[in-house]
Structure formats: C-alpha cells, structure tokens
Design a protein around this ligand. Structure first.
Ligand code: NAP
Length: 282
C-alpha cells in the first residue's frame, strides 16, 4: 500500500525543537524577531507572509513587516536592507522574491548580512553549502524536502534521486544537500530529453516545476518515492502539485500530497533557522 508522506508530523517535530530554543532565548530576555521584506502586492508573497504570521502567533516570535512600493529604486532598497542589517532587535530576514524588474536580484540579495540570511539567498551563504559545509542556513524549501525524507527514514545513500528543477532556490542547493547524504543526483529541467525514462528509473523523484498535475502515471514505477514541491492552481482553481496525485497515488511506493506536504514544513524551517541565528550569537 502506498505511504502518504504528510508534512504535519515533520512540522510538529521542527516546532518542538523551536519551542525549546525560544524558551532558552526568553530566559535570557531575548524576544526573537523576523523581518519580512515584501515589495509590491504579489498574492503569492502575501500568502507566504500570512502563513508566517499564523505560524508565529502561537510561538513567542515577533514579525516585523517591511512593505515597500513596487516602484522602489535599487538604491532605496539597499538603504532599507542596510538599516535592517544594523537593527540589533532583528535576528533574521526573509526577502520575498522575485523582485520587480528594476531591482538586480544578484546584487541586492548580497547586501543582506550573512548572519541574518535565514533563507540562504546571499552568495556567501550559498557558497558554503556548495562547498559541502552544511552547518549554515539552508534554503528553506530545499531543507523541507530533506527533512521529510529523513523524518520518514528514507534511505538516501547510494540512491538514484532525480530533481526536476534547476533554480538556485530549490534544485541546485537541494542537489548539494543530497550529495552530502551520499545519494547519486540527476537534475532535470525544461530542456531535458527522455524525462519519463529518467524518472521511471529513479528511486526518488523530487519535482518543483509549477505545472498542475503535469506528471502522470507513466513517469513513475511502483517503487517510486515522490516528493512534490510544485504549487500551482489547476483548471478548477484548486491548489495542486506537479504530480497527478489522484491517478498516481495507488501506483507508487510513497508520495507527498499538495497541499499538506512539503509546503507545510517550509515556514517551520524558516523560524527554526531564525532561532538558530539568535542561538549562534549567545
Ligand atoms: P522556477 O524557477 O520557474 O523553476 C521551475 C523549474 O522547472 C525550472 O528548472 C524549469 O526548467 C523546470 N521546468 C519547467 N517546465 C518543465 C518541463 N516541462 N519539464 C521539466 N522541467 C520543467 O520556479 P521555482 O521558483 O523554483 O518554483 C517551482 C515550483 O515550486 C512552483 O510551483 C513553486 O510554487 C513551488 N515552490 C514551492 C515552495 C514550497 O514551499 N513548497 C517553495 C518554492 C517554490 P528551466 O530551468 O529549463 O526553465
């Protein structure tokens, strides 16, 4: 029978670890605070921001919202980041991206202080990860995938793992994290040939394409373990993953649902890394 890999128990485990850190910080009169920088009113950004607010409500964690106009200049944005870098009360920062066109992403994300970069967007934070040093902050979505695999005791060493995504937020850092677990990793993307043959032969497939129900039964085998990071709306307007869950779920070994899978874990990891930023300074 197929095992459904739910995000909730993984989130609960991470939250328990966070609660212990919060208690430790509160004993030292430290009230953890995250700053969320949002430019404009992108509904996906607002939805992520709201999920952070909901999650932190039950914890003793403050959220500072820095909401900026969509036509903000690069110079003004850098000034804001500089101010946040110097603000001793703020322990970690999440910058919601993609930025508007007038902002050079590669340049601006590197202004964020590495010690506050709890979503691992600064080149220096990423370089550490790519050099094989896993002790720093990790991109939260990639970490959420690793956490769901580890929580469910899924063996990674020696396994063939296919990631369908080559973005710097998901696919590339995740590949480094899985290599560190001694997996053999293949990264696929929109120009990959014979995707079906590649995914069918993999032990584990992790997908973050962003096309609802795109991957059907033929892409997988009865031994497939599937982690679906994709989040998009299907033609009925329902939140869906990349995998055609209803038709695939009976024919594979394990699968994450959407919603209720990886997405559920991401926010708990963000806050967990915020708390680690404070603990690192003790
Ligand atoms: P992205 O940068 O657009 O990446 C999409 C990737 O999918 C690219 O590497 C693209 O290839 C590949 N792709 C597109 N069409 C394909 C096809 N037909 N066959 C194979 N590969 C294909 O997007 P992203 O920001 O990484 O996000 C991807 C998805 O993950 C979205 O649904 C997003 O909502 C979701 N997401 C979820 C979370 C979470 O917490 N659960 C967090 C972040 C993102 P190319 O590189 O060749 O274009």
């Amino acid at each position: 029978m197929t095992k459904i890999l739910k995000g909730k128990p993984v989130e609960d485990k991470i939250t328990d670890e966070s609660l212990e850190m919060i208690e430790r910080l509160n004993k030292k009169d430290i009230l953890p605070q995250i700053c969320i920088i949002r430019i404009g009113k992108n509904p996906d950004d607002i939805s992520y921001e709201n999920s952070i607010v909901r999650y932190t409500k039950s914890l003793n964690v403050q959220v500072k919202h820095l909401t900026l106009e969509s036509n903000i200049s690069q110079e003004e944005l850098i000034k804001e980041i500089d101010r946040i870098n110097k603000d001793g009360d703020i322990g970690g920062v999440l910058m919601l991206r993609p930025f508007p066109k007038q902002i050079d992403d590669d340049m601006v994300r590197n202004y964020l202080a590495v010690e506050k970069d709890i979503d691992c967007m600064n080149t220096l934070s990423l370089a550490k990860l790519f050099e094989g040093d896993m002790s720093g902050f990790m991109p939260c979505t990639a970490k959420a995938v690793l956490e769901i695999l580890l929580y469910n005791n899924i063996k990674l060493e020696g396994k063939n793992i296919v990631i369908i995504n080559r973005s710097i937020v998901v696919g590339k850092p995740l590949a480094m994290m899985l290599l560190d677990e001694n997996a053999s990793v293949t990264i696929c993307h929109s120009k990959s040939n014979e995707l079906k043959a590649i995914t069918r032969n993999a032990d584990i497939v992790i997908t973050a394409v962003g096309k609802a129900n795109y991957l059907t039964e033929e892409y997988f085998s009865e031994n497939s373990i599937l982690i679906d990071v994709g989040m998009s709306l299907d033609e009925m307007g329902n939140l869906s993953g990349d995998i055609d869950f209803e038709n695939v779920k009976e024919n594979v070994k394990m699968i994450t649902p959407v919603p209720g899978g990886v997405g559920r874990i991401t926010t708990s990891i963000l806050i967990n890394q915020l708390l680690k930023a404070y603990i690192n300074k003790l």
